[in-house]
Design a protein around this ligand. Structure first.
Ligand code: ADP
Ligand code: MG
Length: 313
């Protein structure tokens, strides 16, 4: 297949058409009409074969996840996704692989009514770069820098599931077969928390999506806001599947230091806690210190083993 055929058959044909896209795929650049009363949030993330996923991962999951991690960044800003670009580097034009990849990509793209408006196709080791652009009503973007002492700290859904699934695929732990599908889906097809991010506008003082483990990502909020945090580790939400698969300490270690959850961590002033959306759990409080204080409910200190994944360390 030639480059043009790949673009047409797998990418142009399947995308939805939004009214704010004046010119989509096919020209030298796309032309879009941003809403006049909103700001644009723009993010990009690359997934590289062998670094972010194993070579033999199903193409559907690669398509789904490479979009999910980008939408997750928009969710963490409180943005509503609108437009996407996709730059893909392929070792060969395998149409079965491309078909599955596009299905995964467009299933999630459709769910959020986003339009693919451009991209690039090149030959080389498999790598996927997506750019996602979303809208936020003026001044309502949720940054990492707004946490204040006394704010409550929340996370969405449950943590540690993806890290457990990754440990399983690396043959480091075993998981009971009836919990396997759930945990693997948490790794392969993370849910970008767009709806919750939108609801947090005007409520959360700061937010981040958890890609490198709660401890590492919360630390970014602490640094940018110049505050500290006290976390009650036994309040960190763990799924039934995780709790029934491994012991509590291992589960906590995955939640705090494992990656790939793509849940949100955010802070809310005490007087707005009634407005926090469903499926969010309070795990602690922002302090005037500058450190991250992790404790069990009996007040003993929790020792962190490592602080998450770093690409160049
Ligand atoms: P150019 O050489 O001018 O960059 P290309 O042949 O790379 O043009 O791309 C032609 C059109 O197809 C452009 O509109 C580009 O944005 C779009 N496009 C290329 N690759 C992709 C892709 N993977 N997904 C979506 N659109 C793509
Ligand atoms: Mg090009």
């Amino acid at each position: 297949m030639k480059e043009f055929d790949i673009i047409f058959h797998f990418f142009t044909k399947h995308t939805i058409k939004r009214h704010d896209v004046l010119l989509g795929i096919g020209d030298d650049a796309a032309i879009v009409a941003p809403p006049h009363d909103q700001q644009l949030a723009i993010t990009t993330d690359t997934l590289v074969s062998g670094v972010h996923f194993k070579e033999n991962i199903p193409a559907y999951d690669i398509g789904y996840k490479s979009l999910a991690v980008n939408l997750s960044d928009l969710a963490a800003m409180g943005a509503t996704p609108a437009w996407l670009t996709l730059a893909i580097t392929l070792p060969s034009a395998d149409k079965y692989w491309l078909h599955d990849f596009a299905n995964g990509f467009f299933d999630l793209s459709y769910e959020h009514q986003t339009q693919l408006i451009g991209g690039d196709v090149t030959r080389g080791p498999l790598s996927i770069t997506i750019q996602a652009i979303g809208f936020i009503p003026n001044t309502l973007a949720i940054k990492r820098s707004g946490a204040r002492p006394g704010d409550l700290i929340y996370v969405t859904s449950t943590l540690g599931d993806a890290a457990a699934a990754l440990a399983f695929t690396n043959e480091k732990i075993t998981i009971p077969s009836h919990h396997l599908d759930f945990l693997l889906s948490r790794l392969m097809r993370p849910t970008p928390r767009i709806n919750i991010g939108e609801k947090l506008r005007g409520i959360a003082t700061s937010a981040i999506d958890i890609s490198d483990g709660l401890a590492a990502d919360l630390s970014h909020i602490l640094e940018m806001s110049q505050v500290g945090a006290r976390i009650k580790v036994d309040q960190i939400p763990l799924s039934t599947a995780l709790r029934e698969s491994i012991n509590q300490d291992q589960a906590l270690s995955f939640a705090l230091s494992g990656g790939d959850d793509y849940e949100l961590c955010f802070t809310v002033p005490q007087n707005k806690k009634e407005q926090v959306p469903e499926h969010c759990t309070c795990i602690g409080e922002i302090t005037a210190a500058t450190d991250l204080d992790l404790r069990y409910s009996d007040n003993t200190i929790y020792q962190l083993d490592n602080k998450g994944y770093q690409h160049f360390s």
